[in-house]
Ligand binder design. Structure first.
Ligand code: BES
Ligand code: MN
Ligand code: ZN
Length: 503
């Protein structure tokens, strides 16, 4: 993992392999951002015009590498675009800094140490830069023996302009490290191929982390799931040679603290089951456990930060495969809650495992439940591939999560749960079917889940099918593959709850 330090060194005097400076997109060309004054001076005050000559504009994500002039100790200067020049009296948004730091860190893979001399106006800015750099310095190389140095992530990040001896800056740096390391751990889990990551091996990873961080953990294996009547999780896992698991991982802050339950969809591979997905739709389905990975990472991050809130993570793990023992379209499952579900499409499996986990989580009566799932293709059709949908049974809780997501730089949007869509799931044989109208498929899934949430518990459902797995070119701090979507939102929600800011 990339190391982080806060450095008191000046930008021009820092000893490192590269120095990152920011440039904004001004109306008449690039404008050198605060933090880079000494570097600009070493360029005789001509850094902006040198960059403009090279075609740089300051646009978001743009990266320009320059050999350093005399007077700058690093051999390389990297100018990264921050996007539009802020209006007078305004500053760059934290997310712009996070993305710029991430883009710079990505461009510096293969480098040992880089100083980040980006504009810092607050502790939050310093944290965003640290977080973006650590998230940008990520590579998944576990399956590449011949990786070569160029693929190794930037090894050391030094943030300049943050006060290393100031308590608030120190805490921000520690928070950035904990959150970024856990996000990168979740990315690793998502990227791990499904022949190596299956319910049992995922549970083993959780067990090791629980031991390391002093968390309580309970793993229900197939036998325990049968004994406990977890018909949804068992029904989805029935076709696989790798049996399903339900993992409960808890961080306890103590009596009197509020309690949150995070529930994650953990389909380690979604083939669709007997309702098999066609070629072209199953190549990335190792990502279908991204919700469980996010929940797991968030619980560990909360524990590392020692927040004053009790958080329990529920990982509903199963592999959805077709076989002679698989659940058939037409089968009826008796769920953990006692409700019966007619399975009309075995590819609508996420809601089945979540239903059991939501019902089980509800029994402990937490102050709120948030589930996270790569649940529907329909949500991607609605919101695109960078935005997750938020549904729920409590408007103010849903709004709070939307605002928190915005604050931490995650794109999300509130979605309705129109009651008239419920009748599409009416079943001739069972209490409910696992499929309804095609139109509004993401909302239908939300309505299904709601039936398994305990009454009077505030609940939100995050459908991260779009942003969980990034297939296009990397941007900012977002790599190809697993992204760690929603983890920053969950951790901030825990912080808000600990601070008593919510309900
Ligand atoms: N895991 C998929 C949803 C998904 C699709 C996630 C694409 C990420 C990218 C989910 O289990 C699924 O197959 N949903 C079906 C539901 C339908 C059968 C009612 C869908 O969205 O098509
Ligand atoms: Mn599916
Ligand atoms: Zn799925």
């Amino acid at each position: 993992m990339t190391a982080l330090t806060l450095s008191t060194s000046g930008a021009a005097t820092l000893r490192a392999d590269a120095l990152v400076v920011g440039i904004a997109k001004g109306p008449k060309g690039p404008v050198v951002a605060a933090g880079a004054e000494a570097v600009d001076k070493a360029f005789d005050g001509k850094l902006a015009s040198v960059l403009e000559t090279l075609g740089a504009s300051g646009a978001e994500g743009e990266v320009t590498k320059l050999p350093a002039p005399a007077g700058v100790k690093t051999p390389l200067v990297l100018a990264v675009g921050l996007g539009a020049l802020p209006e007078k009296d305004e500053v760059h948004a934290a997310e712009s800094l996070r993305r710029a730091a991430g883009a710079a860190a990505r461009a510096l893979s293969g480098t040992k140490k880089a100083g980040f001399a980006l504009p810092i106006e607050s502790v939050e800015d310093a944290e965003a830069i640290a977080e973006g750099a650590l998230l940008g310095a990520y590579a998944f190389t576990a399956y590449q023996d011949d990786k070569g140095d160029a693929k190794l992530p930037l090894a050391e990040v030094a943030v300049l302009g943050a006060k290393p001896r100031d308590k608030a800056f120190k805490a921000a740096a520690e928070r950035a490290v904990a959150v970024a390391e856990e996000i990168n751990r979740a990315r690793d889990l998502v990227n791990t191929p499904p022949n190596d990551l299956y319910p049992e091996s995922f549970a083993a990873v959780a067990q090791a982390a629980a031991k390391e961080h002093g968390l309580k953990i309970q793993v229900l294996d197939e036998k325990a799931l049968v004994k406990g009547n977890y018909g949804g999780i068992l029904g989805v896992g029935a076709g696989s040679a790798h049996g399903p698991r339900l993992v409960k991982i808890s961080y306890t802050a103590g009596k009197g603290a509020k309690s949150l339950a995070f529930v994650g969809k953990g389909i380690t591979y979604d083939s669709g089951g007997i309702s098999l997905k066609p070629a072209g739709h199953n190549e990335t389905m190792k990502c279908d456990m991204a919700g469980a990975a996010a929940v797991f990472a968030a619980v560990v991050a909360v524990a590392r930060l020692g927040l004053k809130v009790n958080v329990t993570g529920w990982l509903a793990l199963a592999e959805n495969m077709p076989s002679g023992t698989a659940t058939r379209p037409g089968d009826v499952l008796r769920m953990y809650s006692g409700k019966t579900v007619e399975v009309l499409n075995t590819d609508a499996e996420g809601r089945l495992v979540l239903a059991d986990a939501l019902a089980r989580a509800s029994e402990e009566n937490p102050d709120a439940i948030v589930d996270v799932a790569t649940l529907t293709g329909a949500m991607m059709v609605a919101l695109g591939s960078r935005t997750f949908g938020i549904m729920g049974n409590d408007e103010s809780f849903r709004t709070a999560i939307h605002e928190i997501a915005e604050e931490v730089g995650e794109q999300s949007w509130p979605m309705p749960m129109p009651a008239e869509l419920r009748k599409g799931m009416n079943s001739e044989t069972a209490d409910i079917a696992n499929m309804g109208e095609r139109m509004g498929g993401g909302l239908v899934a939300g309505l299904f889940l709601q039936e398994f949430v305990g009454e009077d518990i505030a609940w939100a459902h995050l459908d991260i099918a779009g942003p969980a797995f990034h297939e296009a070119a990397p941007f900012g701090y977002t790599p190809k593959g697993g992204t760690g979507s929603s983890i920053r939102t969950l951790v901030k929600l825990a912080e808000r709850t600990a601070a008593g800011d919510l309900g």
